[in-house]
Design a protein around this ligand. Sequence first.
Ligand code: HEM
Length: 142
Amino acid sequence: MNKSLFTLSICLLTSVFPLKAHEEDSSLEEQMKILAKGTRQLSQQIDNPTSQQSSIDLIENLKKAVKVSESLEPRKTVSIPQSDRGKFLAQYHAEMEKLFDLFNKIEGELKGGNYAMAKFSLPQLNLWRKRGICSSRRTKVI
Ligand code: HEM
């Protein structure tokens, strides 16, 4: 086998059988991805009156994702000492409730046709990520 054929075979093999096993998303990460994708879509259409119903439906779905997230536990939970775990999870639930209330607020603004206000409220959805609460697996913060 010549050198380039050998290199090609290695490339093909590693794409079919990756050298490093892919780490599965946690159930919470899956919900977070729904939130991230949905929020992005919302930001593209929130001030468009012709998308009013679509935006409201989207928010309803995002609220469901928040409720599912609230029923799950962050990966970091297992590393919290048992004695602090209750407090940690209570804080986590409180943050999820804040997010739920924010979606309700934005939904109310949309239902009232107040698109400018809804658009103004949207950046608040980035607060959790800015605070470092939404860590990826590699930098578990919460
Ligand atoms: C609209 C608001 C939010 C968006 C767009 C969002 C987005 C994300 C994203 C993209 C990730 C990384 C997922 C990955 O690496 O695969 C993440 C992780 C995470 N987020 Fe959020 N997030 C939001 C709100 C919240 C809230 C309110 C909390 C509650 C404290 C929270 C807690 C977490 C945690 C704990 C993780 C790490 C996943 C785990 O521990 O399993 N997020 N988030």
